[in-house]
Design a protein. Structure first.
Length: 182
């Protein structure tokens, strides 16, 4: 069993819309994303629209497992979308699939790139986790003190993991991208 089979999976996908096809693209995209959200294991999608003058759209799809990401990729919904998207975009989509800690280092503003070396991911993660845990312990540690260790840990990690995944690591990855992806 590979590492990605047991962890949430992120699919980073970028497409460049043909000039003049923007309205048709946006209408088709809205319908497609509504369908994708109903698929089993789909945890959400972030859509990064192009800045003024650009035409590249980036999507960050999240799935509970690799199997569910594969089912999405092979679904009738996705296959039909790929056919429609070919009419409205240039070239082939750029796709990157990551799992585990690598998902913290997806950088939609850079397009699809290889994840940074593991040692850089470890250093970056430590640089964020250490002060965050320290701050959480200072803020809520005294209130949690009467609880059993397992329950204290449960509360701290329930706050820490979403904070790291959705707020801190995306910001730190952007801030350190010159070093991470050098």
């Amino acid at each position: 069993m590979t590492d990605c089979e047991t962890k949430p999976v992120t699919v980073l996908l970028s497409r460049t819309v043909r000039p003049g096809a923007e309205s048709a693209w946006e209408a088709a995209l809205t319908d497609h994303l509504e369908r994708v959200q109903r698929l089993p294991g789909h945890l959400g999608v972030n859509v990064i629209q192009p800045v003024a003058g650009a035409r590249q759209w980036t999507f960050i799809f999240k799935f509970q497992t690799q199997e569910q990401a594969d089912a999405w990729r092979d679904s009738d919904i996705q296959l039909a979308w790929n056919e429609r998207a070919r009419e409205l975009t240039e070239g082939e989509p750029r796709i990157q699939v990551t799992c585990g800690l690598e998902t913290w280092f997806t950088t939609p503003d850079l397009g699809v790139v290889a994840p940074p070396p593991r040692w850089k991911m470890a250093v970056s993660t430590w640089l964020v986790i250490y002060p965050t845990i320290t701050a959480l312990l200072l803020a809520v540690g005294p209130q949690l003190q009467p609880l059993p260790v397992a329950l204290r840990t449960l509360v701290l990690t329930a706050v820490l993991v979403p904070l790291m995944t959705f707020v801190l690591m995306p910001s730190v990855t952007r801030a350190l991208r010159g070093w991470l992806f050098a």
